[in-house]
Design a protein around this ligand. Structure first.
Ligand SMILES: [Fe+2]
Length: 720
């Protein structure tokens, strides 16, 4: 069979009807055997808008039932051995030069993406060939028994057990990624000997069938495929290759996208390239304008921002520098500078840009304020945090990371005038022509990481003794792990693991082994840098050798924690971690997670909980009757914790010990309130809503009678 191909002369990004016709043609092709097509006509000058526009259009055509699905994900794939060393994830393989056997992208998701596309930006001269294997060919080469077994949800992927084959007859879909299954087994997932042998047979079929559809993408070509109908593979290439691909993944109802009627097909035909108005890429126009007025800071700023949003980081850095030369204190350019320096690996440069940001822009006020709305001063710390470029709906955008709690589900901005305060390590001067705010909302949450910004904020707030503050910095400062260990551990019936802070200067790793013994820790123990809250760089060290190897690789010149490990697994080897938020003095249950590893995070819901009704029922019991689940003694203990911590918003991660006591893992404000898993675990949603509502009620209560009057007015207005 010949390779399915669609030869386009260009990708009509700015002509919606022509774009729609092309997208529909792609959808028609990839919903039929062999479920992929090569598409030519892409701009080889690395313009990522084209593939995004095409995939986006497929999403629009296939909208409807799946319209609430997440936006498309875009990645620029280059060889990056560093990233691979940092993570063991199977997905990191796409960043290597090694061959990858036939697989499904995002195979670990409850539902893998429907559409995946790769655009070749820089081809490799050596290898990097693609191969595709359609589900139909897999079915025709396996016997009935094997197919039946592959339909069972017994194959471990990184976030749960799934069947390899789903659906019946022509509707059969496939999900497979051998590397990921092997990694899951290494991490403790189960896979029987028979199933392992079955996967061996499947691998043989794939290796054989992969020879049928092999091709190499040229620059300016892309391959689009139905990710659940066809597996894709690629050969290896040289390690120092500058091979670059754009990858797009999207949730699209492909059948629906393919099913346009005659009318839409005709209208697609009618959209002729020469007659339709052609809009140029705004970057081209901007470049022309900048060439004409090279000293216009606004134009140069726009060019640098748009280049960064498209992932052209090195070019963006050049223009951003020019923009800063014209306007050295421009807000957006300082943020972008910090992001781009971080991208280059220049931590100091990234930090210095944030220091300048706080120096030149300590306060930001919205241009249009509601005179009746309460004024909230939202505080962010700039020291020891990072701004990174993250892919969002409109390309790469700066995102502040670390040290804070997120207000995205807490602050219903429209009701308030939100003023922003960026603080580094010295208190800023409040502008004399402004009244004090009605409320200060301190979102700086990590006492270990944000010490200097918190201290500076404390000094700053001394001038406003009458203004209410949510999470006063003095109280946040007392929630380091070390102080929590001392203060919370002293409560009768509460166990807080022994925690001590040590400095690692990069010398002899044996000194850390001695420190462990001298300070009375025993093996195994947990090692982690003081400033991280996620699982990054956290290790469970079983013996002195493990400690040496941890510090052998750890970044020197910063502080680390020794934390005494307690084995809290049950007879099945499961670990439980429950979370509650405390908002304005009231506890609200958030989650009760069970995982087969000691270090439990919210994403681990997809390992054992996702398939277990029993474990989900136990979480529901926790959410439904929080106090009953805790028992009166533990309710009283949490009350003690609340009084000691004294914050308006904070969270507690804990579990109940067999003897009934309370074991606390963490207790601080650096916990994110989110709905990330409410889709897969819908019973959690009402409880998450209560958390959002409680925070909102706290803001309303603290912003005083003005707010109440204003609320009443707006509610009355809404009725008419
Ligand atoms: Fe892939």
């Amino acid at each position: 069979m010949t390779l399915p191909r669609i030869e386009a002369t260009e990708i009509p990004t700015y002509r919606p009807r022509a774009l729609k016709a092309l997208a529909r043609r792609i959808a028609r092709t990839i919903t039929r055997y062999p479920y992929f097509t090569v598409v030519s006509g892409f701009d080889t000058v690395a313009n990522e808008e084209e593939i995004k526009a095409l995939a986006g259009m497929l999403g629009t055509l296939g909208g409807g039932a799946k319209q609430t699905q997440p936006p498309l994900s875009f990645t620029r794939v280059t060889v990056n051995p560093e990233a691979v060393r940092r993570t063991r994830k199977a997905t990191a393989y796409s960043r290597t030069h090694l061959p990858i056997s036939p697989h499904t992208d995002s195979s670990y998701l409850p539902e893998p993406h429907d559409l995946v596309a790769f655009q070749c930006v820089v081809a490799d001269t050596g290898g990097g060939e693609n191969a595709m294997v359609a589900v139909t060919d897999v079915l025709s080469c396996l016997d009935h028994g094997d197919i039946k077994r592959l339909r069972q949800p017994v194959f471990p992927f990184s976030r749960g057990y799934f069947p390899v084959l789903e659906g019946e007859g022509a509707e059969t879909t496939i999900r497979y990624y051998r590397t990921q299954i092997d990694q899951a087994v290494l991490d403790g997932a189960s896979l029987s000997e028979d199933d392992r042998a079955l996967l061996g047979r499947l691998d043989d079929v794939l290796a054989h069938r992969a020879q049928a559809f092999t091709f190499k993408l040229e620059e300016g070509e892309a391959v689009f495929f139905a990710n659940q109908k066809v597996l894709h593979a690629r050969t290896g290439f040289t390690a120092d290759s500058n091979r670059t691909l754009f990858r797009v993944r999207h949730t699209v109802d492909l059948k629906r996208a393919a099913a346009g009627g005659l009318k839409s097909w005709l209208s697609g035909l009618r959209a002729k390239p020469d007659t339709a108005p052609v809009r140029r890429d705004p970057v081209h126009d901007l470049r022309d304008q900048v060439a004409e007025s090279p000293d216009d800071p606004l134009l140069v700023r726009r060019l640098s921002t748009i280049l960064a949003s498209r992932g052209a980081f090195s070019e963006a850095a050049v223009w951003n520098q020019k923009a800063l030369a014209l306007a050295p204190t421009a807000y957006d350019n300082l943020v972008l500078k910090s992001c781009l320096r971080w991208e280059e690996g220049d931590r100091e440069g990234a930090q210095e840009a944030l220091r300048q940001l706080a120096e030149h822009h300590p306060f930001e006020f919205p241009r249009r304020a509601d005179p009746a709305g309460p004024n909230i001063l939202r505080v962010r710390g700039m020291k020891n945090v990072k701004y990174q470029l993250r892919t969002k709906a409109r390309g790469f955008e700066p995102s502040l990371e670390g040290g804070h709690f997120s207000v995205s589900n807490f602050l219903r901005d429209r009701r308030y005038n939100v003023w922003l305060h960026n603080i580094y390590d010295t208190p800023a001067e409040w502008p004399g022509d402004r009244p004090a705010p009605d409320l200060v909302l301190n979102t700086i949450a990590c006492a270990d990481r944000m010490t200097d910004s918190l201290k500076a904020l404390s000094k700053f707030l001394a001038a406003w003794p009458g203004v209410p503050v949510i999470n006063h910095p003095d109280k946040v400062l007392q929630t380091t792990r070390e102080q929590n260990c001392r203060r919370l551990g002293a409560i009768d019936g509460v166990v807080f693991p022994k925690t001590e802070r040590v400095h690692w200067d990069g010398g002899d790793t044996g000194s850390m082994v001695s420190a462990i013994t001298e300070r009375g820790f025993s093996y195994p123990l947990v090692l982690r840098p003081v400033e991280t809250h996620t699982g990054v760089e956290v290790a469970l060290a079983a013996d002195a050798e493990a400690v040496k190897s941890y510090f052998g690789e750890a970044r020197a010149g910063r502080d680390y924690y020794f934390i005494q490990y307690h084995d809290l697994s049950d007879e099945r080897g499961f670990f439980r971690k429950s979370r509650t938020f405390c908002i304005d003095g009231q506890f609200h249950p958030v989650a009760s997670l069970v995982h087969n590893d000691w270090n439990v995070h919210s994403g681990d819901r997809y390992s054992v909980m996702v398939d277990s009704e029993e474990l989900q029922a136990s979480e529901q019991a926790y959410l439904k009757d929080f106090e009953g689940w805790l028992g009166p003694d533990n309710v009283a203990r949490l009350e003690e914790v609340r009084k000691l911590i004294g914050l308006d918003f904070f969270g507690i991660d804990f579990c109940k010990l067999d003897d009934g006591r309370l074991f606390i893992f963490e207790c601080n404000a650096a916990m994110r309130h989110n709905y990330d898993h409410a889709g897969a675990f819908p019973y959690t949603e009402p409880y998450l809503d209560r958390v959002s509502d409680a925070f909102d009620a706290m803001l309303t209560a603290r912003t005083g009678p003005v707010a109440h009057e204003w609320m009443k007015l707006s509610q009355r207005a809404a009725r008419f």
